[in-house]
Design a protein around this ligand. Structure first.
Ligand SMILES: Cc1ncc(COP(=O)(O)O)c(C=O)c1O
Length: 398
């Protein structure tokens, strides 16, 4: 049998999905499992979204559609951009894809030659490193531990930039840490970026999930001079509870949007009409549920932080956005639980799942093996029970 392409040597499937699958399998075997593993919001889109999908289905002609996305979707996104203070974007600046993940793959494919450097803060969303490896770019991960609240500083970024640096990926609020950059922190990074000729992909997919009244601050607002180099990335997955519908949007310089459309025409061709119509309805429709969702998530965040504060061995910077917490649990490495020595994050996650039926993701997948990720977007009762078991696990450490 002939070989696979060499690049597949770099390809691995998502650790997050592997843990989620293992949890599902144990559940199917009858085990009482609580999953804190996958980043799926626990709400469904509103009725008008389903209605738009049904109407689209009724008149669907089954034809190929524009690779940029249909006007109804592009116009809805443009309207929200304008409303959020991102002015003067036009259709030519926009492209859509099969989720933000697909758009990110497409953007990095379009921007990076082999060996070019892609910079991002660690902890990072696992896919950043995986796509970088797949396309033969060099991932430069800037280490931002719990001691610095998992946030990137301008000094760190400046020190990491070399003549081969081409793209910075900036994720705020962050998956996996839930950290949100303040306006001053964003501006400090922006001021530094004004002095370096890099593309900046701003992964904003959690921008509606910010708590404590601190607001979402964007590089484009603090540093408008960066406009010609910034690509904004958004998605319906988290904001509208539609992860499986698979729609992502980008806004940026015309040449970049055109490159994405060209690649779309050679890969996906188009977003299906029904999906595009549902996404457009979600984006154009009432947005007030987003405040309710934030109040819910903030409550859950408080519950997580309360339990973390009861566990002496854990350091957990306080998340202010998304729906993740990222406790550093490394204080128990080398100690035992029920006779099993917890040597690292993977053993911790396995032992927690085995002994307590709670699934979390080992932090190594996100570039920080001292921590684990808790996704708290589950049902409130599951959260309470899962946290109780999590705490009990630490009580049993010897
Ligand atoms: C930081 C970040 N960016 C992008 C994505 C991709 O989102 P989508 O579902 O639109 O592909 C995710 C999904 O978990 C994410 O956490």
């Amino acid at each position: 049998m002939p070989n696979l392409a060499e690049r597949m040597g770099h390809a691995k499937s998502s650790t997050i999905m592997m843990i989620a699958d293992k949890a599902k399998q144990l559940k199917a075997e009858g085990r009482d499992i609580i999953s804190f593993s996958v980043g799926v919001p626990n709400f469904l889109p509103a009725e008008h979204v389903y209605q738009a999908a049904r109407e689209s289905l009724n008149k669907d002609s089954g034809q190929y559609l524009p690779g940029r996305g249909e006007d109804v979707l592009i116009n809805a996104y443009l309207m929200r951009l304008e409303e959020n203070g991102f002015h003067d974007y036009k259709k030519a600046n926009i492209a859509t894809g099969i989720g933000a993940k697909h758009l990110l793959f497409t953007l990095l494919y379009a921007l990076l030659n082999e060996g070019d450097e892609l910079l991002f803060a660690a902890p990072f969303w696992t896919t950043y490193r995986d796509i970088s490896d797949l396309i033969g770019a060099k991932a430069v991960m800037m280490n931002c531990p719990a001691e610095q609240n998992y946030k990137l500083t301008p000094e760190q970024l400046e020190a990491a930039i070399t003549p081969k640096s081409k793209v910075l990926l900036f994720n705020n609020p962050s998956n996996p840490t839930g950290m949100v950059y303040s306006e001053a922190e964003v501006k400090a990074l922006g001021d530094m970026l004004e002095r370096h000729d890099l593309w900046i992909i701003s992964d904003d997919i959690y921008n509606r999930m910010v708590f404590d009244g601190i607001g979402f601050h964007h590089l484009l607002k603090t540093n408008p001079a960066l406009r010609d180099r910034i690509i904004m990335l958004d998605s319906i997955s988290k904001s509208y509870g539609m992860p499986g519908w698979r729609v992502g949007m980008m806004a940026g310089p015309e040449a970049i949007a055109t490159a994405v459309v060209t690649l779309n025409s050679n890969s996906i061709t188009n977003i299906p009409a029904v999906v595009g119509a549902a996404a457009a309805a979600a984006i154009a429709g009432p947005q007030d549920f987003s405040d309710i969702m934030c109040v819910e998530f903030a409550k859950k965040r408080n519950e997580v932080m309360w339990v973390m504060s009861q566990i002496e061995q854990v350091i957990c910077p306080r998340p202010q956005g998304a729906f993740y917490a990222f406790p550093d649990i490394s204080a128990i490495y080398g100690r035992s639980h029920n006779g099993v020595v917890i040597t690292n994050d993977v053993v911790f996650a396995e032992q927690l799942l085995e002994s307590k039926g709670v699934a979390v993701v080992p932090g190594g997948a996100f570039g920080e093996p001292r921590a684990i990720r808790i996704s708290y977007a589950c049902k409130p009762a599951d959260l309470t029970e899962g946290l109780k078991r999590f705490k009990a696990f630490f009580d049993e450490i010897v």
